[in-house]
Write a protein of this length. Structure first.
Length: 279
């Protein structure tokens, strides 16, 4: 398969498939289908996948990105929640060797879908309403996925990859940094989608760390993230106020963290020191 050129879906094919099957994109599911071969091939290229890779795609839709991923020679499994689309998707991608799984990515038994093999790569066009919880859940619970390239709304992507001190740095930024390194790889214009959304999208690459950024034998992820959520719940306040009753002066001194700092000032390692100093 590697090196072959499949016919990825152009705008006319996307609209034609929808019309032929009496379908309309679901606003409730956040469906915006990519309808530009150059864009999906760019995504496949940035994902750096090839014949040796196992790719999991979430929200395959009509199969435009799926075809571009299969074109690389990778072994592709695509997940789609919309039962109206699944038969159409199967007709488009199963002839080129793609496995299609019908289900909700937030509720799937991932061990059943991925099997026992590590080293999976997630490539997905994620709708706004599920992007953040899904990425967080996969980082927390599915270590078999070692790399991700996700297309998300620009604000969501910038938050996932944000550095301390940024206005968009938040609790999810800390969670991502705990498990992975993240980088915004580029923008995707609204004009390549059917229907065209009112927002801009970005591509974010996440690479899972060999070990978490904070040693879990020193402080558990559960304890760390509980503290982080508390700190960011009142992000404009100094930590001595937002963490009042949780962290006293001795904990700040132990961690080497100024009590006058705000939640957005601390990187994941500093949050880990503070959590460890709480006992």
């Amino acid at each position: 398969m590697a090196g072959s050129r499949f016919v990825t879906l152009r705008r006319s094919e996307v609209t034609g498939l929808l019309a032929a099957h009496g379908l309309r994109p679901s606003r409730a599911l956040g469906q915006n289908f990519v309808a530009d071969p150059n864009t999906v091939r760019r995504i496949a290229r940035l994902a750096e996948v090839g014949p040796a890779d196992r790719v999991i795609e979430i929200g395959a839709g009509l199969g435009s990105l799926t075809l571009a991923l299969a074109e690389t020679g990778a072994s592709v499994t695509s997940v789609e929640i919309d039962r109206r689309l699944v038969p159409v998707l199967r007709g488009v991608v199963e002839p080129v060797g793609v496995r299609v799984v019908e289900g909700d990515a937030l509720r799937l038994d991932w061990s059943e879908v991925l099997g026992d093999e590590p080293g999976w790569v997630l490539v997905a066009n994620l709708p706004y309403n599920v992007a953040t919880p899904l990425v967080a859940e996969l980082l927390d619970a599915v270590p078999a996925i070692e790399r991700m390239l996700v297309m998300v709304q620009r604000e969501v992507g910038e938050r996932l990859a944000a550095e301390p001190g940024s206005r968009v740095y938040g609790a999810v930024s800390v969670k991502v940094a705990y498990w992975a390194t993240a980088k915004v790889m580029g923008r995707v214009p609204a004009s390549v989608f059917v229907p065209q959304p009112n927002v801009e999208s970005v591509l974010v690459r996440l690479v899972r760390r060999p070990v978490p950024a904070v040693d879990p034998s020193v402080v558990t992820a559960e304890k760390l993230f509980e503290l982080v959520r508390t700190g960011f719940s009142q992000r404009r306040k100094m930590l001595r106020r937002s963490l009042a009753g949780v962290a006293g002066a001795s904990a700040f001194a132990c961690a080497g963290v100024p009590s006058t700092a705000r939640a957005e000032d601390l990187d994941v390692v500093a949050w880990g020191r503070l959590a460890a100093c709480l006992g």
